[in-house]
Design a binder for this molecule. Structure first.
Ligand code: HEC
Length: 103
């Protein structure tokens, strides 16, 4: 058992990394429509559109929910409603991981 533990540890480490990499790739695919306004890597070319690169996952998901349930309605928020409406909780998480991690 003593010899087995490092392997179990290593295996769980490697498998958690690959789950994360999968989520990043999945998020990248789901974020294609977002990239037209927010930039391919989350750096927007339009100064009134926010950058998303490096933003916290929790904040990104909370913002998307706020558009979806219309808690965010001011100004340009209307542009986001139609996009947030199409996202499930899982989509939001995947996309958030993409914009959080992309370099
Ligand atoms: C038509 C252009 C457009 C598209 C497409 C678009 N967005 Fe946005 N997004 C905006 C604008 C403009 C804002 C700022 C709205 C506001 O003032 O609340 C914004 C705001 C956001 C915010 C809040 C940022 C912050 O700092 O509070 C998030 C998160 C976001 N968008 C994610 C997405 C995701 C994810 C997608 C794709 C599913 C997407 N956007 C598609 C234009 C767009």
């Amino acid at each position: 058992m003593r010899y087995l533990l490092p392997f179990i540890f290593l295996f769980s480490l490697v498998s958690s990394f690959s789950v994360f990499a999968d989520q990043f790739e999945l998020g990248k695919k789901k974020a294609v429509v977002c990239m037209t306004c927010h930039g391919a890597k989350g750096i927007s070319k339009i100064p009134t559109y926010p950058n998303l690169q490096g933003q916290h996952v929790e904040y990104l998901v909370a913002s998307l929910k706020a558009y979806k349930n219309r808690h965010r309605n001011e100004g340009l928020a209307k542009l986001m409603h139609v996009h947030a409406d199409k996202l499930s909780e899982k989509d939001m998480q995947d996309i958030a991981v993409y914009f959080n991690r992309v370099k």
